[in-house]
Design a protein around this ligand. Structure first.
Ligand code: MCA
Ligand code: AMP
Length: 489
């Protein structure tokens, strides 16, 4: 059985989802996902881990399609709803999806991608069929592929099984004391772990309610809080920064009313990127809440968390979560103590493999089975502090992981580019912002280049600053000196 789905039979009449101003019970979620599973199966008995890609607005439809794919025996591949066609094409092609499903609003772009690849396409409302009996799905089967940027130029698909998902959710439900009385607001994109596992997964596992906003907007978040039902919130530091800016501009009465409502929350969590101490302190003053910061990664779910009860140390991510083993190791993968090292992770929460990349999978683990995160941390008085990454080619912007090499490769494909280098610049709001230095031919036109890039990169991967240089700074070995480039910006 699929653990997340089978648990929901215990909460049939409870409210599972609120989206588009409508409430849906667990029973309605089960019925709708059964219809979708039956539709996907057609004359088959089991999709046998075939991939089904879906580009669906966050809410009841999204979860119904995700569960429908699972219940038919498929692997769910959620597509980013702001990706341009090329980026969608990459994921659908890489997973060799057998079907693409989209909300009506995305049907133009999603059907174009599907037809380029000869993949069957459906809009969600048409995914209706009944009468097929659904297969029994063993928990060790593959369930989901999420794409993550790595040090190689193209994003890799991270494969998790139903067991992995159950372990990732179970650990959080235990650590953060979820109950069926909880009610969370989801404003996060649903092609990443943070929204899928920590918010929707933990809520539905617990018989709680998950309410959706289709897109983050500070005013709508505060208005949703003030209805008085929501008692949990999870977001990236950029979102807390944006909420603080919004509240700063409100009147004293509005500020007081927002604070009175937020201070009653059971829990507010920050993660996906380092939470600046200034944001944590400011958030406490506007909301009365001490943010709980935790550390995670697509490949491991969540690994380390500040305590639910006890001191939440600013600038630290806390202790290993239940069921997760953490160690620090040197560059030879030898465990070390008392000094900074790379975070290694072991446990049932760790992913199965990179989709069809056996070598990348093998090199991501030590010979004794620890996953090497690439994040460097130190342990101080029993609490971990993240110090940075062992690669300068990966940055975090707005909570999204971004490979600078991937962006360089896309820029190089534009007309008039002779050479380029991309760096991340520190930024209070976004964590880091993307800056591109270009060496170009005389015929180069920056506006045309930006239009070209927007056709290939989602907004969050677009460079925010450009600099035209006659040459890039390089060291004696000919390698671009990125630190020098940052100072040029
Ligand atoms: C957008 N803009 C940016 C960036 N993104 N500027 C600089 N840097 C960026 N990264 C600009 C746009 O160009 C636009 O400007 C304006 O901001 C609004 O754009 P929009 O796309 O509407 O932004 P938004 O909706 O306000 O997005 C901000 C956001 C979003 C809500 C913080 O970035 C977001 O949802 N981040 C969460 C990502 C996430 O869930 N990560 C988890 C993965 P203009 O108006 O001038 O055009 S990590 C994970 O899952 C692991 C396991 C973990 O640990 O959690
Ligand atoms: P992703 O691949 O998008 O899942 O991003 C995972 C990466 O986000 C980790 O490898 C860390 O570099 C970073 N990360 C997640 N949570 C935190 C945090 N609380 N503090 C610092 N970095 C974080």
């Amino acid at each position: 059985m699929i653990p997340l789905v089978s648990r929901s039979f215990s909460f049939l009449d409870s409210r599972a989802i609120i989206s588009n101003g409508q409430s849906y019970t667990y029973k309605e979620l089960l019925n709708r996902s059964e219809e979708i599973a039956s539709f996907l199966l057609g004359s088959k008995k089991d999709l046998q881990e075939s991939r089904v890609a879906f580009m669906v607005t966050p809410g009841f439809d999204y979860v119904s399609v995700q569960w429908g794919i699972w219940r038919a025996g498929g692997i769910a591949v959620p597509l980013c709803i702001t990706y341009p066609e090329d980026a969608l094409h990459y994921v659908v092609e890489d997973t060799q999806a057998i079907h693409v499903i989209a909300s009506e609003v995305f049907s133009e772009i999603a059907s174009a991608v599907a037809s380029r690849l000869g993949t069957p396409f459906s809009i969600v409302i048409d995914c209706k069929h009944s009468g097929n009996s659904l297969p029994d799905i063993e928990a060790h089967r593959r369930a989901m592929i999420l794409y993550t940027s790595g040090t190689t130029s193209k994003p890799k698909g991270v494969v998790s099984t139903h067991q992995t998902i159950a372990a990732q959710i179970g650990s959080l439900v235990d650590a953060w004391k979820w109950t069926s009385q909880d009610h969370i607001l989801c404003v996060l994109p649903l092609h990443h772990v943070h929204g899928i596992i920590n918010v929707i997964g933990a809520a539905l596992w617990s018989g709680a309610t998950c309410q959706f906003l289709p897109k983050f907007n500070a005013e709508d978040v505060i208005a949703s809080f003030q209805i008085g039902e929501i008692n949990l919130f999870m977001a990236v530091p950029t979102i807390y920064f944006k909420l603080i800016s919004y509240l700063d501009a409100c009147s004293d009465i509005e500020k007081e009313s927002a604070k009175n409502c937020m201070k009653k929350f059971r829990l507010m969590v920050s993660g996906s990127a380092a939470l600046p101490v200034s944001v944590m302190e400011k958030w406490e003053s506007v909301s009365g809440q001490v943010l709980l910061e935790r550390y995670g990664m697509t490949e491991i779910g969540m690994g380390i968390s500040n305590p639910y009860e006890g001191e939440r140390r600013p600038g630290f991510v806390g202790q290993p979560l239940p069921g997760v083993s953490i160690r620090l190791a040197d560059e030879n993968n030898i465990p070390i103590q008392g000094e900074p090292g790379e975070i290694h992770v072991k446990g049932a929460t760790v992913f199965k493999e990179y989709w069809q990349r056996p070598e990348a999978t093998q090199s991501a683990f030590t010979t004794d089975g620890w996953f090497k995160t690439g994040d460097i941390a130190e342990l101080v008085d029993g609490s971990y502090r993240i110090l940075g990454r062992n690669s300068t080619d990966i940055i975090k912007s707005g909570g999204y992981k971004i490979s600078l090499l991937e962006i360089e490769e896309v820029i190089r494909s534009e007309d008039g580019i002779i050479d380029c280098s991309v760096v991340g610049l520190p930024d209070e709001e976004w964590g880091e912002i993307i800056a591109a230095a270009l060496v170009t031919s005389d015929a180069f036109n920056l506006d045309e280049c930006i239009i070209g890039l927007k056709n290939k990169l989602p907004g969050y991967k677009m460079p925010r600053k450009f600099k035209l240089l006659s040459e890039l700074p390089r060291n004696a070995m000919g390698k671009v000196t990125k630190n020098e480039l940052k100072t040029i910006f």
